[in-house]
Design a protein around this ligand. Structure first.
Ligand code: NBP
Length: 482
């Protein structure tokens, strides 16, 4: 007979699942482990069985039977159909009140559906976003659990225990009902796309506008990491840029193919933003930049084969190298602020749409550690929402406004230089356009409304009177009230 003594179980022992199982065991929990292919469970036990208290199971039934009640089973398998298959197997073996947690990168709409399906079977379903990659899974990730409040009471202490801690605060908190956890994890990844792209654009300018070699750029990034830009992504950028390829002796960056992969969470973030009507332009440009980089056939046809127009050099533009380096740092910082402001706008809109009541301060707090976008300046986002929970854009917060006022001139100069040198900076440039759009008293949308009224009688509103109006474009061009 199986002893029901595991406080938590993990299904799926690939890299993430095995590291999370070990993380629980390292915190003193007895962990039931199960993998579809039993050989993987055996291999896990052979390698790590003696490092903690694990109960290996060969079947789902045995796995479920080894869990204490209410049972808590964390699924760490491939997102999509595999997750549905495992949920159904667990649900068949579980009893009312038990908790199924999906720690994979599920699409939040799938999580909403699954939560409703499990609720109908009197089971709790928790979609938990987990960030930090394999290292975080083992040593402390950021965890974003959604699902019923009630299940968090039983589950929360365990998840908080294994999460990263910053100043003693766990990087885990209940985010909101059903799909809230996976939604914010999705936007987290979207912000990560933008953050990585702006760092990439900064590198590209230092390298190809200022002609600085990778090892020296690494040193520049290290100094940046000691200031406002202090973050995990800046830190690892310096590591990557200082790496030398053992085969060729060249900087590793020069032998890596310049096609960025993607698994889909950035694309989901943009799709959701489009549906919500939130202009997450930085994230969108970052996703498109990866797509363009990966369009090998097209790039082979176009590289060196499209007219550039008259190009300049930094020297011809009278810009000194040191001034330019500092301008790039500021443009990077400003563009990054825009990406975060847009990401938080999307979270607010998603939360309103689904009545999740997500507190943005929770996210800024738990993202300070464990996750890929961990950064010092997230403390400032907490302060901003503390000062005004309803601030219409983070860019309006007095601290960030002050920061941007010290950055914006550099930001403009960098876009000019990049344009004159013919270097692509899609997120730097679109973020500045977004910022200028927010500042603008008038936008060209008035003309668009005129055009829409011309060809489709879509009507327009006037600046001086209430109501909807239409001009009789193909008649005498007088205006009528619609
Ligand atoms: P993978 O995403 O590579 O999934 C492999 C696991 O899924 C194996 O345990 C495999 O079992 C299991 N599996 C599959 Br595939 N189909 C199954 C099915 N029909 N029934 C039961 N099990 C099935 O693993 P991972 O990279 O560890 O990621 C796990 C989850 O965590 C994913 O959702 C991922 O998106 C998410 N995530 C990953 C990272 C990361 O850095 N890798 C970070 C954050 C989140 P088998 O051994 O029998 O084939």
């Amino acid at each position: 007979m199986t002893v029901s003594s595991a406080q938590i179980g993990v299904v799926g022992l690939a890299v993430m699942g095995s590291n999370i199982a070990r993380n629980f065991a390292n915190h003193g929990y007895t962990v039931a482990v199960y993998n579809r292919t039993t050989a993987k469970t055996d291999a896990f036990m052979a390698e790590f069985g003696s490092t903690g208290s694990f109960l290996p199971a060969a079947t789902v039934e045995e796995f479920v039977a080894s869990l204490e009640r209410p049972r808590r089973a964390l699924i760490m398998v491939q997102a999509g159909a595999a997750t549905d298959a495992v949920i159904n197997q667990l649900a068949d073996a579980m009893e009312p009140g038990d908790i199924i947690i999906d720690g994979g990168n599920a699409l939040y709409t799938d999580t909403i559906r699954r939560e409703a399906e499990m609720a109908a079977r009197n089971l709790h379903f928790v979609g938990a976003g987990i960030s930090g990659g394999e290292e975080g899974a083992l040593n402390g990730p950021a965890i974003m659990p959604g699902g019923p409040e009630e299940s968090y009471r039983s589950l929360g202490p365990l998840l908080e225990d294994i999460s990263a801690k910053v100043d003693g605060t766990p990087c885990c908190t209940h985010i909101g009902p059903d799909g809230a956890g996976h939604f914010v994890k999705m936007v987290h990844n979207g912000i990560e796309y933008a953050d990585m792209q702006v760092i990439g654009e900064a590198y590209h300018l230092l390298r190809y506008a200022a002609g600085i070699e990778p090892a020296e750029i690494a040193a520049i990034f290290r100094t940046w990491n000691a200031g406002d830009l202090d973050s995990y992504l800046i830190e690892i950028t310096a590591e990557v840029l200082s790496q030398v390829d053992a085969v060729t002796g060249k900087p590793l960056i020069d032998v890596i193919v310049d096609s960025a992969g993607q698994k889909g969470t950035g694309r989901w973030t943009v799709k959701a933003a489009l549906d919500l009507g939130i202009p997450t332009t930085g994230i969108g440009e970052a996703v498109f930049a990866r797509a363009l980089s990966g369009a090998r056939d097209q790039r082979e046809a176009t590289t060196g084969n499209l007219p550039s127009g008259q190009l300049s050099t930094l020297a011809e533009l009278g810009v000194s190298r040191d001034d330019f380096v500092e301008d790039v740092r500021r443009a990077l910082y400003a563009s990054k602020l825009v990406a975060y402001a847009q990401g938080f706008d999307e979270i607010r809109a998603g939360s309103d749409e689904h009545n999740w009541n997500v507190d943005p301060r929770d996210l800024a707090t738990i993202w300070r550690g464990g996750c890929i976008i961990r950064a010092k300046f997230l403390n400032r986002i907490v302060d901003a929402y503390n000062a005004d929970p309803d601030v219409r854009s983070l860019l309006l917060d007095p601290y960030f406004k002050g920061e941007v006022s010290g950055l914006v001139d550099s930001w403009r100069r960098v876009i000019v230089v990049a344009t004159r040198l013919g270097l692509p900076v899609p997120v730097f440039a679109s973020s500045l356009s977004y910022y200028d759009s927010l500042r603008a008293e008038r936008l060209p949308a008035a003309l668009i409304q005129g055009q829409r009224d011309f060809f489709g009688a879509h009507t327009y509103r006037r600046t001086d009177r209430a109501g909807q109006f239409h001009t009789l474009w193909s008649g005498d061009r007088s205006e009528v009230e619609a």
